[in-house]
Design a protein around this ligand. Structure first.
Ligand code: ADP
Ligand code: MG
Length: 231
């Protein structure tokens, strides 16, 4: 079963000052299988975030198709949870209240909200006081809260754009373990964007390798050792 499908997508951005439009992606094809955690790795500027934005529904393709469960993506929706590098928690709410936030709008009863948020924080590896505010948490703990929050609506798809970039190596490794636990436990379909090949191979059975100018999939590597030698 294919969960996310990108078919022959070309993405051009309008140019400033009379230059030619910029082609960020050209004829890009990518399938993410149902329940797969697929790292998408490539150098800075090759178009990874553009792929992320297309699947998230933040950008419409210039040509080609982006499908989820065979249905074209027309905009952002709650069937896709999102985690990005930049810290996006509400500073005036505790970790627990950040995860509960979305559930409030959905009229999930209070007790149920609290229980679900606690379970998700635990699953994401947040140990210690969940009543702490983001400013009282380490950068790694904040990304665990962001991960838990992205799961609150129980989306089928999790989209992550360099969520662990900017953190130290040990924290990144520990967050990768947390993410693997979340993934194994929930069976979500995850697209994980990174420029770090080691991180990609740590996370994925298959790894999609992108190349730039213009962006496209260079290869899908499924053997870990083969990936490690590609660079
Ligand atoms: P990555 O995430 O791999 O670093 P991006 O998808 O952010 O790459 O960007 C790919 C290319 O497209 C870059 O050259 C970037 O400057 C360009 N680009 C991205 N978004 C826009 C935009 N809105 N307008 C013009 N150019 C863009
Ligand atoms: Mg990017």
């Amino acid at each position: 079963m294919i969960k996310i499908s990108i078919r022959n997508v070309t993405q051009t951005f309008p140019a400033r000052g009379g230059a030619e439009p910029y082609t960020a992606l050209s004829g890009l094809d990518l399938d993410v299988r149902e329940g797969e955690l697929l790292p998408l790795v490539g150098p800075s500027g090759c178009g990874k975030s553009t792929v992320f934005a297309l699947i998230a529904g933040l950008v419409r393709p210039s040509s080609g198709e982006v499908l989820i469960d065979g249905v074209p993506v027309t905009g952002p929706a709650l069937d896709r949870g999102v985690v990005v590098q930049q810290y996006t928690l509400l500073p005036w709410r505790s970790a627990q209240a950040n995860v509960e936030f979305g559930l409030e709008a959905r009229a999930v009863p209070r007790r149920e909200r609290a229980r679900r948020a606690r379970d998700l924080l635990e699953l994401a590896g947040l140990t210690g006081d969940t009543e702490r505010y983001p400013s009282e948490l380490s950068a790694g703990a904040r990304q665990r809260v962001a991960l838990a929050r992205s799961l609150a609506f129980d989306p089928g798809v999790l989209l992550m754009d360099e969520p662990f970039a900017g953190l130290d190596a040990r924290t990144r490794e520990s967050l990768a373990e947390d993410l693997l636990r979340v993934w194994r436990h929930t069976g979500k379909t995850v697209l994980f964007v990174t420029h770090d090949l080691d991180e990609a191979t740590r996370l994925g059975g298959r790894v999609a390798v992108m190349t730039g100018a213009p962006g496209r999939i260079k290869e899908i590597v499924s053997d870990r050792e083969a990936v490690a030698t590609h660079g």
